[in-house]
Ligand binder design. Structure first.
Ligand code: F6P
Length: 360
């Protein structure tokens, strides 16, 4: 086998704090092993044309460890595999163009940093002969096969800080404050930030809620003297027998967009409790800012391990955190699955024991 000389690196899907820390770790550790890196811009689109990539040396990644976002850019589209794209060589099938250009760019392997969608596309390319190593990312923490993804801890820290701030104003005005956080299919951010911020009700996609049961719990708080309440709702939470609140359905150019459950819950709780209510959507603020030290370390470990897997030619795999170790898993076992909050998860049970309402 000829030695690995050059690897491509890309970031796909919604950004997450820690992406730059992975890029830095990959570039530096590859460089120190005599492997060059080509940074591909805007996910797999960076493989469509030669001018959508740039060589990354250690000096290009110095100082990015602490930066949110991604120096490579990213896109959050659906699976473009069979779509037709206009290229400098005329119209081409997206997947075929990417494979062709991978070879023309002289790449020996591809490190793909992304969420389930990006990893699933990577898996498709792997099955078509492209040597891929995946690095899981999402603030939602819902990727199967890894205990944590980087970005999650930063998002939880931000949401917790926001809940702390809302606590004081809620208490001052004897109001119910509803905080909508991200989490399309899994309630990890809502559960962790809700518990860390001392929320009184937490609504997550895994547990369909009955709004009357939530209201009942908040009325009980009023009776024993707590005249305010904090409710944390994941964007993907939905009432029993109801639908998740979509802002935009999925299309070939974008994944589905959720939002609005916080405002709906807020209005219903106002009616059911007779109290003043307000709602706040934290939205993309959760994806911005500097990664926490935990996320920087996890991202750095992921990047280092990704280069090890490339050197060992263990392709078609994804790095993962299986505390205390960083391990690899076959992409095959991971893609297409969602890691949701288990109903017997101790944090969920503890929150219930403390009296937090989940609306069930
Ligand atoms: O998957 C991560 C995530 O932040 C979700 O929580 C959220 O629904 C989605 O991305 C938003 O994506 P976009 O920025 O493309 O609207």
């Amino acid at each position: 086998m000829p030695p690995i000389k050059r690897i491509g690196i890309l970031t796909g899907g919604g950004d997450a704090p820690g992406l730059n820390a992975v890029i830095r770790a990959v570039v530096k550790s590859a460089w120190n092993s005599g492997i060059g890196c080509l940074g591909l811009e805007d996910s797999y689109d960076g493989l469509l044309e030669f001018d959508r990539s740039r060589i990354l040396a250690p000096r290009d990644v110095t100082g990015i460890l602490r930066l949110g976002g991604t120096i490579l850019g990213t896109i959050n589209t659906g699976n473009p595999f069979d779509s037709i794209v206009q290229t400098s060589d005329g119209p081409r099938k997206y997947g075929e163009r990417v494979i062709d250009m991978f070879h023309k760019m002289g790449l020996d392997a591809l490190v793909v940093i992304g969420g389930d969608g990006t990893l699933a596309i990577g898996h498709e390319f792997f099955k078509r002969g492209i040597p891929i190593v995946g690095v899981p990312k999402t603030i939602d923490n819902d990727i199967f096969g890894t205990t944590n993804t980087f970005g999650f801890d930063t998002a939880v820290a931000f949401a917790t800080d926001a809940i702390d701030r809302l606590h004081t104003t809620a208490e001052a005005h004897h109001r119910i404050m509803v905080v909508e956080v991200m989490g399309r299919y899994a309630g990890w951010i809502a559960l962790y930030s809700g518990v860390a911020g001392g929320a009184d009700a937490i609504l997550i996609p895994e547990i369909p809620f009955d709004i009357e049961k939530v209201a009942e719990r908040l009325r009980a708080r009023d009776k024993w003297g707590a005249k305010f309440s904090i409710v944390v709702a994941a964007e993907g939470a939905c009432p029993t027998g109801g639908e998740r609140k979509l802002l935009q359905i999925a299309s070939s150019t974008h994944v589905e967009r959720l939002g609005g459950i916080g405002a709906e819950v807020c209005a219903a709780l106002g009616t059911l409790t007779g109290k003043e209510t307000r709602s706040v959507v934290l939205g993309h603020l959760q994806r911005g800012g500097a990664p926490t030290s935990f996320d920087r370390v996890l991202a750095t470990r992921f990047g280092g391990m990704a280069v090890d897997l490339v050197k060992e030619r263990r392709f078609g795999t994804m790095v993962a955190w299986d505390p205390p170790d960083i391990i690899s898993r076959p992409l095959e076992e991971v893609v297409g699955k969602t890691k949701t909050v288990p109903m017997d998860f101790d944090l969920l049970l503890t929150a219930r024991a403390l009296g937090v309402a989940f609306g069930d």
